[in-house]
Design a protein around this ligand. Structure first.
Ligand code: 48C
Length: 361
């Protein structure tokens, strides 16, 4: 069968092709015009702090506070041992992650140099804890030991979230230190109390901390400070190695393994196992972390799923795909029931012994 196309058909076909081409051209022009409009609106529609790199912002350099000008920090004359480029200060532990985030261990940094740098930035540090129901009993020891060891000499505001404001003791604080007691809702299950911390930290990061805080440090309250914790921990986004999981293969990590859960991590993935009781960073990063964790928990809750270690499971999922810029060693969150291994030169923040079933119910 031959396919014949007559002349009149030829002309008709030619006209149709020409119209089609015109329509396509018009569509192309309209689309590219629309795209230009959209992308411009997208760029100016998001808050300055979230703008992609390289976009023009209306934030004039002069308006940045000294705290923002990290590069304006200078060092003064100081005497200390020269670092040796060929001999690391410690060889018994990992000092740096594969993505160049420092892991903070005693003996691997010079606190005087770091303090001199941070001191010039006049930092406002916020330490947050939740003391809901019976956990108010831990606040006194927590604050007393923080006064002795946590960021001594720097401006620190304690934010204590509680359902019993009257149970929080009035305490004498050093100069430059404040205690804010804020009401927080309570929940029947201790797991919910623990998980809902992410929601409250998200809301405060967005509404209150933005202009009042430079770094957030979010920790468990049933703990006490036992040794110095200084500016060495500060970074845009930091987590802490869990005291029970620092030396095991990734498939042993107690990640959430249910593929239906938002906290799911497969057996062949995972860098470290991070403790739920100690994380922080700048306000924007903590906002993103807490927002992710809360949204993920709510999505699981809607499917009647709760991750194996609650907020800690969602935190680990977040850190897997949003790598922390610094990691604290288990010196910063230790449980003496694990003994004192050789590599553990300092125990800076330790659990307070308690009978879990009594204190939680
Ligand atoms: O404040 C409470 N009250 C509770 O009844 C249960 C948990 N909490 C908060 O969540 C405390 O701030 C706890 O430190 C934290 C959950 N962490 C723990 O219970 C252990 N440190 C694992």
């Amino acid at each position: 069968m031959t396919l014949s196309v007559s002349r009149t058909d030829d002309r008709g076909l030619g006209k149709r092709c020409c119209c089609l081409l015109n329509v396509l051209l018009l569509l192309l022009v309209l689309c590219s015009f629309w795209f230009c409009i959209r992308s411009d609106r997208w760029r100016h529609g998001i808050p300055p702090s979230c703008r992609p790199q390289g976009t023009t912002t209306n934030l004039s350099i002069a308006s940045l506070s000294p705290r923002d000008h990290y590069k304006n920090v200078t060092s003064q004359r100081m005497l200390y041992e020269k670092p040796d480029a060929l001999k690391p200060p410690r060889t018994d532990i990992l000092m740096m992650t594969p993505w160049f985030a420092p892991i903070v261990w005693n003996g691997t940094y010079n606190i005087d140099v770091l303090t001199a740098q941070f001191q010039q930035r006049d930092l406002r540090i916020c330490l947050t804890v939740f003391a809901i129901k019976k956990y108010t009993v831990f606040v006194q020891t927590f604050i007393e030991t923080a006064e002795k060891y946590f960021m001594v000499g720097h401006k620190v505001t304690y934010y204590v979230f509680t359902d019993h404001v009257s149970n929080i003791p009035i305490m004498e604080l050093a100069e430059g230190r404040r205690l804010m007691v804020l009401r927080a809702p309570t929940y029947q299950r201790w797991q919910d109390v623990s998980m809902r911390r992410m929601e409250i930290l998200r809301d405060y990061s967005r509404q209150r901390f933005t202009d009042a805080v430079d770094y957030l440090v979010c920790v468990d309250v049933d703990m006490r400070f036992n040794d110095e914790v200084g500016v060495e921990i500060l970074s845009d986004l930091f987590g802490t190695l869990h005291p029970g999981m620092y030396g095991v293969p990734r498939k042993i990590y107690t990640y959430e393994r249910n593929p239906q859960s938002e906290a799911f991590i497969p057996l062949d993935e995972g860098d470290f196992y991070y403790a739920g009781g100690y994380f922080g960073g700048n306000v924007e990063e903590v906002y993103k972390l807490t927002s992710f964790c809360h949204n993920a928990m709510m999505a699981d809750k809607a499917k009647n799923i709760e991750a194996i270690w609650h907020d800690e499971s969602y935190l680990n999922k977040y850190f897997l795909y949003h790598k922390p810029t610094k990691i604290l060693s288990p010196e910063y969150l230790w449980d003496d029931s694990f003994g004192i291994p050789k590599f553990l030169k300092r125990r800076r923040f330790v659990t307070v012994p308690k009978k879990h079933n009594e204190i939680r119910n």
